[in-house]
Design a protein around this ligand. Structure first.
Ligand SMILES: Nc1ncnc2c1ncn2[C@@H]1O[C@H](COP(=O)(O)OP(=O)(O)OP(=O)(O)O)[C@@H](O)[C@H]1O
Length: 203
């Protein structure tokens, strides 16, 4: 079974009389354990595609099948400012009705090398550190698929490389399926496969 299967996936934004086809007839299969980079110029439809895969948005038409629960990482981290690092990572457990699994949270914070910062607030961390907290949070419910929209977009190239190395490591050691979008050619080259979008279509 594929991790992600999209057939004829289309998303049209309607604003009064205007229609913008952000994504048009996209066919895509991602196999379990793959590491795929979605590339393309600004406005090509990368965010639209990832939002659909993450069920943050609904397609206008087409078919989308997902193997299992997914975790989502945003370009601008989306951490809650008044919660500590540990509380941010534990937050999805609340919604999945799991008890606060302190061991799981601690394990993930160790994995992203932030075990010593668990009591800090997001504003006390650098951008790269905040993104590592966001990755730990996305993984806390043991998803099979990790979706990351420009996870390195706000970071310098050194920090960006560290984030991609971390995702690559999770992919190789735990078989996590990873789909990320990026403008950065070097980062895209480190994926198993690149899927390029031009004007909402896969080329
Ligand atoms: N809510 C919206 N209403 C109308 N048009 C939208 C909306 N969101 C996105 N679009 C349009 O859909 C197209 C695809 O946008 P999308 O954000 O998916 O591109 P992207 O490849 O992620 O771009 P970037 O690299 O700049 O983030 C663009 O033309 C954009 O202007």
């Amino acid at each position: 079974m594929s991790a992600i299967l999209a057939r004829g996936l289309t998303r049209i934004y309607r604003r009064s009389a205007e229609e913008i086809a952000a994504l048009f007839g996209v066919d895509l299969i991602v196999e379990p354990g793959e590491f795929v980079a979605i590339t393309g110029a600004s406005g090509a439809g990368k965010t639209t595609l990832l939002n659909l895969m993450g069920c943050l948005d609904q397609p206008t038409s087409g078919l989308l099948k997902l193997l299992d629960r997914d975790g989502f990482v945003f370009q601008d981290y989306c951490l809650l400012p008044t919660l500590t690092v540990e509380e941010n990572v534990a937050l999805p457990l609340l919604f999945s009705r799991a008890l606060h699994q302190r061991d799981r949270v601690r394990d993930l914070l160790t994995r992203v090398d932030l075990q010593h910062r668990s009591d800090h607030l997001p504003r006390e961390l650098s951008g790269g550190e905040q993104q590592r907290v966001a990755i730990a949070r996305a993984l806390v419910n043991n998803p099979e698929i990790l979706l990351a929209d420009e996870p390195t977009g706000n970071l310098d190239s050194k920090r960006g490389n560290e984030i991609v190395a971390l995702l690559r490591d999770m992919n190789q050691t735990e078989g996590l399926t990873v789909v990320l979008s990026t403008h950065n050619r070097d980062l895209a080259d480190r994926a198993d496969r690149q899927v390029k979008l031009i004007d909402g279509r896969v080329v």
